[in-house]
Design a protein around this ligand. Structure first.
Ligand SMILES: [Zn+2]
Length: 120
């Protein structure tokens, strides 16, 4: 099944926009994490155990957010590569077409709904 060129072009624009957003967010988070690192070394927490625990939890949250962003960015990059290769919109598991509605809502989707359900 041949994908509509206009549809692919629109998805490509979505993906590129998303890519820029992710890069920006990743950058901002990296700065936050770096700032935290710096203050953690020089602040004497002493009797402020509660505050310390809260800061550590926050630090871990930042790290997991960064991980999520990295995975999203990876998927966006992969989808853009597939557009270049002319394989966009094909399920990576069964080679069947991914429904346009699914790609419209989630342009970096790599598998069709059926395979997605099976893998859950
Ligand atoms: Zn599939």
């Amino acid at each position: 099944m041949k994908m509509d060129a206009k549809f692919i072009e629109e998805r490509k624009q979505d993906l590129e926009k998303r890519r820029q957003e992710l890069l920006k967010e990743l950058n901002e988070d990296a700065v936050k994490v770096a700032e935290h690192d710096y203050s953690a070394k020089f602040v004497d927490y002493g009797d402020k155990d509660d505050e310390n625990a809260a800061e550590v939890a926050n630090f871990e949250k930042n790290l997991s957010l960064e991980k999520t962003l990295e995975v999203s960015l990876y998927n966006v990059d992969r989808a853009l590569k597939k557009i270049e290769e002319g394989k966009y919109g094909l399920c990576e598991k069964c080679d069947g077409p991914i429904k346009p509605e699914r790609l419209g809502a989630f342009p970096s989707a790599t598998s069709c709904m059926d395979c997605k359900k099976k893998s859950l």
